[in-house]
Design a protein around this ligand. Structure first.
Ligand SMILES: [Zn+2]
Length: 304
């Protein structure tokens, strides 16, 4: 048995896994953002309430990057865990083995083993959520790289400064990482809203922009065409570099299959490999790929 947790800035979701394919939900609680004692206690309660042995390992998918050399986590969304050796500190408090991994990496692992990437040696999981993230899985194992940053295609000053048809000027917007012009600034749901505001001077949530696009609204269509234009080149480059055989997409924008289909078409026109079948596809393990990925990681670490 593995206690599997998916921890985001707003909620801790849990499941107890008897195998990577069999997860029984444990519900969700609000993430305590600023109080580490409350954070650890919330995890301890969820694990204690699970129908699992008291020593069952906990495997965590979390919004944050874990340095594989030190175990230290960088986590902007949950200040009380930022800079901690989270796995070790939770092990000491909860007296159980605790594994901690980046949620985008867990998404990629889940999709590689049980989802859209099944049968492919190299799977690049792309997250288009509130921002842009990613994870790389090769031969069924997460590739973290030094620092834990492998797969993070969302950062780096690479966004084009004109996009769409006819081309519109797009500034290099500042990113939370300290750089400007990151794909993260224009590629996710917040990026879509930023582009819509920049192009049309209108504040709209991404869900409304997508709905308007699908209903034939010309302003929304211009925003979406610009965003896909900005996303497609860096994603095609990432695919060229890692040689991905499949690119499952997670996060809120993956809930719009038409958006992902448009992105896929554009990406396949900009990468070197010629392919007549979809490569960039919605993940199949919605709504909880992070829980599945954490469980797979938990079982694989237990068995090695
Ligand atoms: Zn950035």
């Amino acid at each position: 048995m593995i206690i599997s947790l998916d921890i985001g800035g707003s909620a801790i979701k849990g499941a107890v896994a008897s195998s990577p394919k069999n997860l029984a939900p444990l519900g969700r609680v609000a993430t305590p953002p600023d109080d580490f004692d409350a954070f650890a206690a919330a995890i301890g309660r969820m694990a204690a309430d699970a129908p699992a042995p008291p020593q069952a390992p906990i495997a965590i998918a979390i919004t944050g990057v874990v340095d594989p050399a030190t175990g230290m986590i960088k986590c902007a969304n949950i200040p009380c865990v930022d800079g901690r050796h989270l796995g070790r500190e939770l092990e000491e408090r909860l007296s159980r083995p605790v594994l901690v991994a980046n949620d985008a990496d867990c998404f990629a692992l889940a999709e590689a083993i049980e989802g859209a990437g099944r049968g492919h040696r190299i799977v690049f999981g792309a997250i288009l959520g509130s921002g842009v993230g990613g994870g790389l899985v090769i031969d069924g194992r997460i590739v973290t790289g030094p620092g834990g940053f492998a797969g993070e295609w969302g950062h780096g000053p690479v966004a084009a400064t004109s996009a769409g048809s006819p081309p519109m000027a797009i500034p290099h917007f500042p990113c939370g990482c300290g750089l400007r012009g990151c794909v993260n600034t224009i590629g996710g749901a917040r990026g879509m809203e930023l582009l819509h505001r920049h192009l049309h001077g209108i504040e709209r949530p991404s869900t409304a922009i997508v709905a308007a696009w699908l209903a034939g609204d010309s302003e929304a269509a211009r925003t979406i065409v610009c965003q896909i234009d900005l996303l497609a080149s860096p994603l095609a480059l990432a695919i060229n570099i890692v040689g991905a055989g499949m690119v499952p997409v997670g996060g809120g924008l993956a809930q719009a299959p038409q958006f992902i289909a448009s992105l896929d078409k554009e990406v396949r026109q900009r990468m070197l490999r010629r392919l007549d079948t979809p490569l960039v596809v919605p993940g199949q393990l919605s709504p909880d790929p992070g829980l599945v990925g954490a469980a797979i990681l938990g079982f694989s670490e237990r068995d090695t």
